[in-house]
Design a protein around this ligand. Structure first.
Ligand code: ADP
Ligand code: MG
Ligand code: ZN
Length: 509
């Protein structure tokens, strides 16, 4: 039935394309009825598209948009691939305009996605961008060579330097927003849907979209974007699909007790933040003096969860949020994107993604403490006016030791003691004390015992002779990681500085 509707639609408008759609492009027969219907609806909502594009498939679906792959017939006869981002019709017009302005002003250069056209009919807006075919991060994470990781980070910093230069804070830096074509070595930072301006931003529309927008924003983002909140329709992606309705439930304020076990089964930490001084006073309508029953337990009680929260920009994905975002520091700078880049780097070095799996901000903060130290986190929070309470002291970890342990490149140390590495980091995978360094000699021997890694369609043998550079990660890598994961935004490394870091010494700017 849907088939016929779709076909007749094409027949009226573009007979030759209809043929194309059902003939040459066989993958379209694999389109699910739901996606066909979405495509059909999009043509109806924005009829101008019909004359220009052949929409082929859905490549992304998030909370705020759906993205489609389409082709446009150029006058030369060449078919160009494009990405069509259909924003949800309830998006605030200012928000849409701001997203578009980020792309038009800062985009098209230095690994920042550009824009080709924009179509609108009533409240439906479609942003047309060049299409960049890209990998699913999770699928390639464990097959990347160390050199590829270095290039990836370099190119991410290039993109961040550019947008930060324009006074854009992206606020949602994560792998699904940084497209990576491994073969072509092409990169593109996308998705300015949550972007905000610095006080001196060069993006006019980001100047207005702050204070007035925030209240609405915080409501808007109570449906948080998360790593799990996006379905990836990528051709390359095979894993990690979850039903979106279950995700929305997860993202709401439900406490998953298991995800709060941070260090070991017995050692559980819980955190709370309070604003210092004046900011602490309660705002009308919020419970301010209810008795809390979660202090010194492994839970965040409903009283604490419903506590009035300071209005501050609060967006992005919990696991990628900087400590100043998690504690709702009202002044947030481009440094928050650098923290997120640090989390991406941490995933790449450790081979774990997502690295932090938190459903709420306090859990995310507790997870940061398990890597960066609780005292250190509390100390840093003081510098931006937040006092953090933590029921337990956890030490900071050595980043190299942590990453090597998780990646399995120094398996000799702990496994011989009978310790089992857990796969997910929300549980007991974050070791409390891993300061014991492995002697380099034992590391060399251990590499021969590495198991095979799954990669794409087949298994790839990781031999001692082909460690893809992972047996020689220089100290500079961990020095840069340390500077990205600086708990204090004021001293955190900037994108410009990161590009000049010794880690990238031989790379061209
Ligand atoms: P959302 O705001 O819904 O997260 P994004 O702009 O991040 O929307 O796009 C969602 C997904 O669509 C991306 O993660 C990516 O997989 C795909 N996508 C977006 N833009 C492009 C593009 N220009 N080329 C190829 N794929 C794209
Ligand atoms: Mg996105
Ligand atoms: Zn409580």
């Amino acid at each position: 039935m849907m088939e016929t509707v779709l076909k007749s639609h094409y027949d009226e408008q573009h007979p030759h394309q209809a043929e194309d759609f059902h003939g040459k492009h066989e993958q379209n027969s694999k389109l699910s009825a739901g996606i066909k219907k979405d495509i059909e609806k999009l043509y109806e909502a924005v009829p101008q598209l019909v004359n220009v594009f052949k929409i082929k498939e859905k490549i992304g679906e998030g909370t705020f948009s759906s993205v489609y792959l389409a082709t446009a017939q150029l006058q030369t006869g060449y078919e160009e691939k494009m990405a069509l981002k259909h924003l949800i019709p309830t998006s605030h017009p200012l928000r849409i305009a701001a997203e578009l302005q980020c792309l038009t002003v800062a985009g098209g250069q230095d690994n920042v996605m550009g824009v080709k056209y924009c179509f609108r009919k009533n409240d439906h807006v479609v942003i047309v961008m060049p299409y960049l075919e890209h990998e699913s991060f999770l699928d390639i994470l464990n097959s990347l060579s160390f050199e590829e990781v270095r290039e990836y980070m370099f190119n991410l910093f290039k993109a961040l330097r550019r947008i930060h230069h324009f006074g854009i804070v992206h606020r949602d830096v994560k792998p699904s927003n940084f497209l990576y074509n491994r073969q072509l070595k092409e990169y593109a930072l996308v998705d300015f849907g949550l972007a905000q301006g610095t006080p001196d931003t060069k993006i006019e529309l980001l100047k207005t979209a702050s204070s007035e927008d925030e209240q609405e924003d915080s409501i808007h983002h109570s449906v948080q974007r998360s790593v799990f909140g996006e379905r990836n329709f990528n051709v390359y992606s095979s894993t990690y699909q979850e039903n979106s309705s279950t995700k929305l439930i997860k993202q709401s304020k439900m406490i998953d007790v298991s995800s709060r076990k941070l260090v070991t089964k017995k050692k559980i930490i819980s955190t709370k933040t309070v604003s210092n001084g004046a900011a602490r006073k309660a705002v009308s309508g919020c419970p301010s003096n209810l008795t809390c029953d979660c202090y010194a337990t492994d839970k965040v009680c409903s009283v604490c969860l419903s506590r009035c929260q300071q209005v501050a920009p609060r967006a992005g994905t919990p696991g990628f949020r900087a400590p100043e975002v998690l504690t709702k520091c009202p002044t947030q700078t481009t440094a928050i994107d650098m923290w997120s880049a640090g989390i991406v780097f941490l995933s790449l070095l450790s081979g774990r993604y997502p690295f932090y799996k938190a459903s709420d901000d306090l859990t995310a903060l507790a997870q940061i403490m398990t890597v960066r130290g609780s005292r250190e986190t509390i100390q840093a929070a003081k510098t931006f006016g937040k006092s953090v309470l933590c029921t337990q002291v956890v030490p900071a970890q050595n980043l190299r030791t942590l990453c090597e342990k998780l990646r399995g490149t120094n398996s000799s140390c702990k496994r011989s003691q009978g310790e089992v590495l857990s796969k997910s980091l929300n549980d007991s995978a974050l070791p409390v004390a891993v300061d014991k360094q492995c002697a380099p000699e034992t590391l060399g021997k251990q590499t021969q015992h590495l198991k095979s890694f799954q990669e794409g369609d087949g298994a790839l043998e990781m031999k001692a002779t082909d460690m893809k550079g992972w047996d020689q990660v220089p100290d500079e890598a961990y020095d840069l990681l340390d500077k990205l994961l600086d708990l204090n935004p004021a001293t955190r490394i900037t994108a410009k500085e990161a590009l000049l870091h010794p880690f990238f010494k031989d790379m061209r700017l």
